[in-house]
Design a protein around this ligand. Sequence first.
Ligand code: TPP
Ligand code: MG
Length: 374
Amino acid sequence: MSITAPQRDLFEQVAIIDPESGELIDDEIYSPYLADIGDTDLREIYRDLVVVRRLDAEATALQRQGQLGLWAPLAGQEAAQIGSARGLRPSDFVFPSYREHGVAYVRGVDPAVVLRMWRGTTLAGWNPRDVNMMTPAIVIGPHMLFAVGYGMGILRDKTLNSAVDDIVIAYCGDGGTSQGDFSEALGFAASFRTPTVFFVQNNQYAISSPVGIQATVPIVQRAAGFGVHGIRVDGNDVLAVLAVTRHAAERARAGDGPTLIEAVTYRMGPHTTSDDPTRYRDAAELEFWRQRDPIDRLRLVLDRRGLADQEFLASVDETADRYAAEVREACIATPDPDPISLFDNVYATETALLAEERTDFADLHGLDLQGSGE
Ligand SMILES: Cc1ncc(C[n+]2csc(CCOP(=O)(O)OP(=O)(O)O)c2C)c(N)n1
Ligand SMILES: [Mg+2]
């Protein structure tokens, strides 16, 4: 069955939570995708948002205390990440960039493992197959192409087994859309009608460059030129993000091809812990977005429905604090790898040059050549 691609004014952002009243807006196209979301789900989603923000604060503190080399904070983007990740099935595959800690949380990646890359004790992190999520892409762009290739693989699997209906999602930022890889990926995805969702978190900045420098029209408008369906959503409205992701995933599963979702949000913190955003943006702008905080937005819904009683809120805080304490403990306890292990797993079969470099490195530092063998 084909899922109709609704045509909307592409400047308009899909929203579900009324920012004044906390009432749910009845959206003809997208509300049906939330029909199964009851009070328990709303509370669970709220808990996710709070826990992920707490994780982010803890990781930032760990970096300031010298336990991490770097951290890319997600504060402000919780709804975009939790909403979209919750719109997927476990069997779908995720290609993240480097800020998707909230997506990793929903996929069930151990947060202590997430932190290891930022601590510099591993080159990547987890086994992508365990959670159907690739490890972070620091280089901006290529993973969009990988997501198209993965989608082509799904289509091939489908020719062998018609029951296959997985989809693949790739995350990138507003700045990432300026990469050639982004355009190439959209072109290929449209031509081959791959089951790929491109999820752009437009957090208004690429490091210090405001989005207006890279995109003179809304990013979502680029989709149309490639023949890709586009949706612009209020990225701080977790229910709207969930609904549009489910919609895009449903279309992809039905064979209706790729969708580009532009989630309009804001990076509340620095680009990374090495950045000082006060040098390029003013306090008024930050305040404007503080008024649009994604956690407060969902809180309005809970308040309105009488779901945010003291007992519930205390249990959320307790979950978040316990989670952060466990992450901290695991991070600090992570041992440094044997330096020689840097040469492990570079190739399936070690080349002569690499073997020579391994020996030179061991000689230079007086290391045992056997290494950890990890
Ligand atoms: C190919 C490439 N060029 C440049 C960089 C350096 N770089 C790292 S993050 C970044 C900005 C990306 O901004 P955006 O895509 O909006 O994502 P955000 O950081 O806002 O999540 C740049 C230029 C890189 N990692 N890869
Ligand atoms: Mg950005």
